[in-house]
Design a binder for this molecule. Structure first.
Ligand SMILES: Nc1ncnc2c1ncn2[C@@H]1O[C@H](COP(=O)(O)OP(=O)(O)O)[C@@H](O)[C@H]1O
Ligand SMILES: [Mg+2]
Length: 771
């Protein structure tokens, strides 16, 4: 039935009492339909029946052939909308039929129809992500079931970018038949039949819909990345598959290490069937440096420019580790390339950055063709893409011939002993290095310049990157699993079980947060916290905030903590940027400063021309806009869960204090105390010596601080810090600050002193009132 979940849920959010047909904003969904189902297709696919005698009329679900699909794809009308197909569609179609997966369409269908679970491997760029979901659509016909096909991606950027591409390929507007869903952004409609989504979003959906009943087929893409969410999803899917024999599952991976997936998803005693698309890659010549490089960024820039000056036509892909490094490198390469053009008559070079938080319009630019020569017959132009790991397997850029691989990427690491999870620039694995090199051989023989020695490759790089589940704080995961009803975490069937210590730490944290009781059972608070797509500590902070009369403010703050960096600090205008930041600075810390920024941003002066205002104040307009959007989504969850929205009046002395107290209610495990009178701080319980991050507005005198983030570099920093008081710690988190549990030392002494003072005050008060 069409309304077994999806219809019902959508009605609920759009207001059950209101007929959606009466809503002018939704009217276009109902133009041609009479059945009133929220899925515009449900009544025997009425829309395209009218437009043409529908191709699906003559096909039997799960019995179609690749020939059938090709006929349907050839048009002249769109099989899913009935609309005439555009020229662009046919142009793209030609390219699609040249992709390696195309030749195996029939083979894929045979296996897909025969088996509930299928493992599919193919070289990056063979067409897995864009084509396989479409192969499925034509055979699975989710529109006739009132269901959808979902394809998961580990990265938000990939989900968005691929959805856009596939919408173009299917000749539909993005967000209609093809959409995407990522945290805090849902670009789908009731007509959506193919949804690209992050693996984390699908996991979240599983919490409210244990059988994932909205889907007829789930495709887990990039399974080789082994993200935390993918690993948990695979565990869940094994169980869902048993409960729902009608559900099809495809596991897709870029590496040939597929046996592990086949074994994991075994059917009876047999491994899950495997379909491997042979790669169609050209040979790639690999170069190593003779000596280790001291500064990999500098070496990378040098190499890119050298390629541009001396190598024949072909685009360049350089792997770096993060936004700042990439933007900086792009600027430098751009400048130097201009000089090469002037002095050595080099061809034009266009440089594009690529990283996760890049706005979609800019992401699309990486697919622009290389620039033409300066003058007819001149030296050819080329493009250079400077990217994070995204370009390793998630996104395929045609035309790359040269890859520059410094051998590093940002990776999550977690140390359960000191409870620190951090992103660290770390050496990549051999498997990653091979993937990177492979990017050079997509269209013709290429070259890969590894900025490390051959010896280092052989001896120092590990074979495979460890799965994320072994490198993460698992609090959020454990909370999600509990919500999913999986109580026996130790026996939950994971491909690689996490270390017992990591699990213990997560259970302990959730217990301190009162999300789990002493028996490990989910509490009311825990159930609520799981409703928020947030770290449990932030969720708990938000849920507790009405007790501190500042839920409106904590809502804003949570949103601000969920978006990229607010403050811009361009190398060319550091001083000016710092002066501007000073305007918003609150002496008690960075959280309050961020809040001041947000309030100013929402004020009348800024709103007259918010973009200009942000530019003038060295603030990221995009981040603030995003925060606004995140805020309204979190607000909806607050309202749904009956959490009161309120503020302390701004004139009230307690306005900021209440906010700081509310911070403690979630972040009491992320507290540091100043060490004597020096600059260093010591983290509570974990005893790590840290410094305040240089970006802080907080003066060094604060004795106790909460921090948002532990940054591991050559020195340990805590970033985004706000001053708090010891008495609040004792008052708000008495379980965690049970003085007996602390080892002898400065922190215990100080807490004890505070407790004694409090007790004396209480006694005094009691004495007075007795009189
Ligand atoms: N946004 C895009 N713009 C232009 N071409 C694209 C885009 N995305 C994918 N392609 C084309 O589709 C091909 C297949 O890509 P994809 O399905 O992502 O492969 P895989 O998932 O196997 O790595 C690419 O090689 C490229 O030619
Ligand atoms: Mg892919």
């Amino acid at each position: 039935m069409a309304d077994d979940g999806r219809g019902a849920k959508r009605q609920k959010t759009s207001g059950a009492e209101m007929d959606p047909k009466a809503n002018p904003y939704l009217a276009h969904h109902y133009e041609e339909e009479s059945n009133g189902y929220s899925n515009g297709y449900s009544n025997g696919f009425s829309r395209s029946k009218k437009a043409s005698s529908t191709v699906f009329d003559n096909l039997i679900r799960h019995q179609t052939s690749s020939k059938d699909a090709e006929v349907a794809e050839n048009g002249p009308n769109n099989a899913f909308t009935g609309q005439p197909l555009s020229n662009r569609y046919f142009n793209i179609l030609k390219g699609r039929r040249n992709l390696p997966v195309h030749t195996q369409r029939q083979e894929f269908l045979d296996m897909f129809q025969k088996s509930q679970i299928l493992v599919f491997v193919g070289e990056t760029g063979s067409g897995k992500t864009t084509q396989i979901p479409q192969f499925v659509l034509f055979d699975d016909m989710p529109q006739l079931q009132g269901k959808m096909v979902a394809c998961t991606q580990p990265r938000r950027v990939a989900a968005m970018s691929v959805a856009q591409r596939v919408a173009n390929e299917m000749d539909v507007p993005l967000g209609e038949e093809v959409g995407y869903s990522i945290r805090f952004e849902d670009k789908t409609s009731p007509r959506t039949i193919l949804k690209y989504m992050t693996d984390g979003m699908l996991l979240r959906e599983a919490m409210t819909d244990n059988n994932l009943s909205r889907y007829s087929c789930l495709i887990l893409d990039e399974a080789h990345e082994r993200t935390l969410a993918t690993d948990i999803l695979m565990g869940l899917l094994k169980e869902v598959a048993r409960r729902r024999p009608d559900l099809k599952i495809v596991i897709m991976s870029a590496t040939l290490d597929a046996q592990k997936f086949q074994k994991y998803f075994k059917i009876g005693e047999d491994p899950a069937p495997l379909l491997a698309v042979p790669g169609r890659t050209h040979p790639v010549e690999i170069f190593y440096t003779a000596e280790p490089e001291r500064d990999y960024v500098e070496a990378a820039l040098r190499t890119v420019l050298q390629i541009h000056a001396t190598e024949p036509e072909g685009d360049i892909l350089l792997f770096l580790t993060g936004e700042e490094e990439i933007e900086d490198a792009c600027r430098k390469i751009g400048l130097e390339a201009d000089e090469l053009v002037r002095e050595a008559d080099a061809g034009p070079l266009k440089v594009y950055p690529l990283y996760g938080t890049l706005p979609p319009a800019q992401q699309q630019r990486i697919f622009d063709p290389a620039p033409p020569p300066h003058k007819p017959g001149g030296r050819p132009g080329r493009k250079c893409i400077v990217s994070t790991n995204i370009a390793e397997t998630s996104l395929t850029i045609d035309g790359i011939v040269y890859v520059v691989d410094p051998g590093f990427s940002k990776q999550k690491v977690y140390n359960p002993r000191i409870r620190v999870e951090s992103l660290l620039v770390s050496p990549i694995s051999k498997a990653s290095a091979q993937q990177r090199a492979g990017r050079a051989g997509r269209t013709r023989p290429g070259k890969c310049f590894r900025l490390y020695t051959e010896g280092a490759f052989k001896k120092e790089l590990i074979e495979q990157t460890y799965p994320e589940i072994l490198r993460s704080n698992l609090s959020m995961t454990v909370l999600q699993l509990k919500k999913l009803g999986i109580d026996d975490l130790v026996h939950f069937d994971l491909m690689d079980p996490p270390a017992p210590e990591t699990l213990m730490r997560a259970l302990e944290e959730l217990n301190y947060l009162a999300c789990l009781d002493d028996e490990g059972e989910l509490t009311h608070l825990g159930r609520l916290a799981a409703e928020f797509p947030l770290d449990p500590s932030i969720g708990v902070m938000l849920i507790s905030s009405p007790e501190f009369y500042c839920s409106n403010e904590m809502l804003s703050l949570t949103a601000l903590l969920s978006v990229p960096q607010l403050f811009n600090r361009p190398a060319s205008a550091r001083k000016r940027a710092d002066e501007m930041k000073e305007l918003f600075a609150h002496p008690d810390g960075d959280h309050l400063t961020m809040l001041n920024v947000y309030h100013a941003f929402k004020g009348p002066e800024a709103q007259r021309d918010p973009k200009q205002w942000c530019h003038d104040h060295f603030l990221s307009y995009r981040a603030l806009q995003q925060a606004d959007n995140v805020r309204s989504q979190l607000k909806r969850i607050m309202e749904r869960e009956d959490l009161e929205l309120m503020s302390t009046p701004f004139e009230d002395k307690k306005y900021y204090e209440n906010i700081r107290r509310a911070l403690v209610s979630g972040f009491f495990m992320q507290v540091a105390k100043r060490d004597g009178s020096g600059k260093t701080y010591i983290t509570v319980k974990d005893d790590q010596s840290v410094l305040l991050h240089p970006s802080t507005v907080l003066a060094q005198e604060a004795e106790w601080v909460v921090y948002n983030e532990f940054v591991l570099t050559t020195k340990n920093y805590i970033r985004t810090v706000t001053a708090v008081k010891a008495e609040w710690l004792l008052d708000i988190a008495p379980m965690y600050y049970n003085i007996e549990d602390f080892k002898q030392g400065e922190i215990r002494r100080s807490l004890q002193k505070t407790a004694d003072t409090l007790r004396r005050k209480e006694a005094l008060k009691a004495g007075k009132s007795r009189k």
